[in-house]
Each structure stands twice: as structure tokens, then as C-alpha cells.
Design a protein around this ligand. Structure first.
Ligand SMILES: C[S@@+](CC[C@H](N)C(=O)[O-])C[C@H]1O[C@@H](n2cnc3c(N)ncnc32)[C@H](O)[C@@H]1O
Length: 336
């Protein structure tokens, strides 16, 4: 057994201090401001509307957290915050943090209630519309959610575009595509691939803008529909990123069966998200994501690679494998 220590406990217990400091900096677009040029305390205080009592501690805390640098009294971004948290760059991933700040931070305050009742703690608490209906009722929230999904998925999407044996296939459908970053990255890296993004009709215009922005309108198209009510578009490869974890076990299995029906013999299903290690002891992000699904959905949960492969086998897929992508994300591949 290792030596008893308090620092690990306190770092996690008070982790919300650092978390909220970063989320407020993203909310105030501090990193976007500093991407233009370094600024001194006085200028930043005025630009961001900071109180004199808070400004210096806020900025210096971000320096100590490794999110800003300070040289000769001027603050600047680090290489990471400049690339990923400047809204002016296509590499911006702050959408997820914006959503965390506006929605999840408050909802997670009710984690104990969720742990005791098993009930979701978001906009749909106490019944009412499901997560997606609640999000999509408000166009600004819809856009924010879809942008957040791109932020959290982009690294894994690049890895899937590079690692999967795309040369064997011609068509791919991304089911629950959101803005469409997965099918966009797969098509950009593989000119042999024609892609479809399948999602609820409200998502169409935002998907089409993103595809056009990436110069892929001639090779990637949107198909509206519901994956519970409609058959999935047929394709050689069906992809599901951060889809299965939103739903309960029966719904998960129904989606895997639908994917099986949509691909030809030799076709593939790629399921990816923060797949939990089979021992359920290492991928803390995946396990916490599952608690996030407790907060966000009536029956959703994250799962191990072994769980997902068993659902694929049950649906009829003849070969299955798990491949690590990046960070906490892995893909589970089934071949029909
Ligand atoms: C958690 S997001 C995942 C987005 C994207 N695949 C990714 O990994 O970044 C879930 C997606 O499923 C879509 N969705 C939810 N219910 C759906 C349904 N019944 N039919 C089709 N798409 C649905 C949502 O609109 C949303 O884009």
C-alpha cells in the first residue's frame, strides 16, 4: 500500500476551484483576447471588466495553473491555450467548456441526488422533454451543443480518419453526426470515401454549413431522420460517436442491430467514445462520463470494450476489436 497523502485528496476535492477559474476565463474570452497580442494587467482588467480586487489573482492563478504565461508584466497564452482556446482559430475546442460552464457545472451540484435517485438532473429533471428535445428547442443552445460535440470529438475523429482501413470501403454514414466532424475528417483524409451525416432534421443547416466550410459539399450529404424510428442509411461503414452512452441497454442493443442491418457483408460498425477499460479501474474520464450520463439522461451509461463487443456479437458481427484512439477515447470495431 502506498504512503497516506493528503495532496491527492485535496487536489480532487477542491478541483472545482481550478475548473471554474478556467471556465470563467473561457466565458470571458480571455484566451481569444490574448491571441491578438500579450496584454498587461491594467488593460486586461478593463477589457474583461474585472474588479480590481480579483484581476491580479485571477490572471496569476491561470499562470500558476499553466494556462497563461507572464513575462515582463505582460500576460500571454501558452502554446496549448493559444491553439485550442482562441475562438478565432478552427482548432478552438472551447465549445465543450462553454457548455460545461453554462449547463453541467450547475447540474453536477445535484450529483448526490442523482446518485440516490438514479434520476437525471438537467433541464429535463422531473420529466418533460428528453435531453435532445430540450436542447434543440433553443437554437442558440443547439448550436452551442453541436459545437461542444465537435470540440470533444475532434482529436478522436482525426485518429479514426487516419487509423481505420478506409481504402477497403467506399461509403460511410455517421449516425448522430452533430456538426459532422467525424464524417468530414474521414472524407478529408480519404478521397475514396463518400459520406452521409444522419441526425435529427434540426441539425441539417448546421451540418451543411460545416461541410461547406470544409469544401466537401459534393462528397458529404445530410440525411434527416431518427435512429429509433427510421432505418439507418445504408453504407459500407456505420459510425456512432458518443451515441450509445446516451441510451439504456435495450436502446443500445437496438442501435447496434440497426447498424448491422445497414452494412453489407464485410461492412463495419465503428463505435467510439471514452470506452471504459475492462477492469473498470483506469479510465477515470470514461467512468466520470458515465456519471455525466446519469446527470444528463434517463438511462444512459458508458461501458467497457468487452460490453460493446458482446452487443456486436449478439447482433451478428463476426469479428470485433477495440483500438485506442487518443486520450480516454477508443473505438470498438465490428465487421459483418
Ligand atoms: C452526444 S451527440 C454526439 C455527436 C457526435 N457523434 C460526436 O461524437 O461528436 C448525440 C447526437 O445524436 C443525435 N440524436 C439524438 N437523438 C437522435 C435520434 N433519435 N436520431 C438521430 N440522431 C439523434 C443528436 O442530435 C446529437 O447530434
Amino acid at each position: 500500500m502506498s504512503e497516506p497523502r493528503i495532496d491527492h485528496i485535496m487536489q480532487i476535492g477542491l478541483g472545482f476551484w481550478a475548473s471554474k477559474t478556467l471556465l470563467s476565463a473561457v466565458e470571458m474570452e480571455l484566451f481569444t483576447e490574448l491571441a491578438k497580442h500579450p496584454e498587461d494587467l491594467h488593460t486586461l482588467q478593463g477589457r474583461l471588466g474585472l474588479h480590481p480586487r480579483s484581476a491580479r489573482d485571477f490572471l496569476d492563478a491561470l499562470v500558476a495553473l499553466g494556462l497563461l504565461q507572464r513575462r515582463d508584466g505582460k500576460y500571454s497564452n501558452t502554446a496549448s491555450t493559444d491553439l485550442f482556446l482562441d475562438k478565432g482559430k478552427p482548432s478552438y475546442i472551447g465549445g465543450m467548456l462553454e457548455m460545461a460552464n453554462q449547463r453541467l457545472y450547475g447540474f453536477w451540484n445535484h450529483l448526490t441526488t442523482a446518485l440516490r435517485t438514479g434520476e437525471q438532473q438537467n433541464e429535463s429533471k422531473g420529466g418533460g422533454a428528453g435531453l435532445f428535445a430540450a436542447l434543440y428547442a433553443d437554437p442558440a443552445r443547439l448550436k452551442q451543443f453541436l459545437g461542444a460535440m465537435t470540440g470533444i470529438s475532434h482529436g478522436a475523429n482525426l485518429a479514426i480518419a487516419a487509423k481505420f482501413p478506409w481504402a477497403k470501403y467506399k461509403t460511410a454514414v455517421d449516425v448522430g453526426t452533430a456538426q459532422g466532424d467525424l464524417v468530414v475528417q474521414a472524407a478529408l483524409a480519404n478521397p475514396n470515401i463518400a459520406g452521409i451525416g444522419f441526425d435529427l432534421a434540426e441539425v441539417g443547416p448546421i451540418f451543411e454549413d460545416y461541410v461547406a466550410h470544409n469544401g466537401l459539399s459534393s462528397r458529404v450529404e445530410f440525411r434527416p431522420g431518427s435512429f429509433f424510428e427510421d432505418p439507418l442509411p445504408r453504407a459500407d461503414v456505420v459510425m456512432m460517436g458518443h451515441i450509445l452512452h446516451d441510451w439504456n441497454l435495450e436502446e443500445k442493443k437496438a442501435l447496434v442491430r440497426k447498424a448491422y442491418d445497414a452494412v453489407p457483408s464485410g461492412g463495419a460498425l465503428i463505435v467510439y467514445e471514452s470506452i471504459i477499460d475492462d477492469d473498470r479501474s483506469k479510465n477515470a474520464f470514461g467512468l466520470l462520463m458515465s456519471l455525466n450520463m446519469l446527470i444528463e439522461t434517463p438511462g444512459g451509461f458508458d461501458y467497457t470494450g468487452a460490453d460493446c463487443m458482446s452487443w456486436m456479437k449478439e447482433a451478428g458481427f463476426r469479428e470485433t476489436r477495440v483500438e485506442h484512439l487518443t486520450g480516454p477515447d477508443s473505438m470498438v470495431v465490428g465487421i459483418k
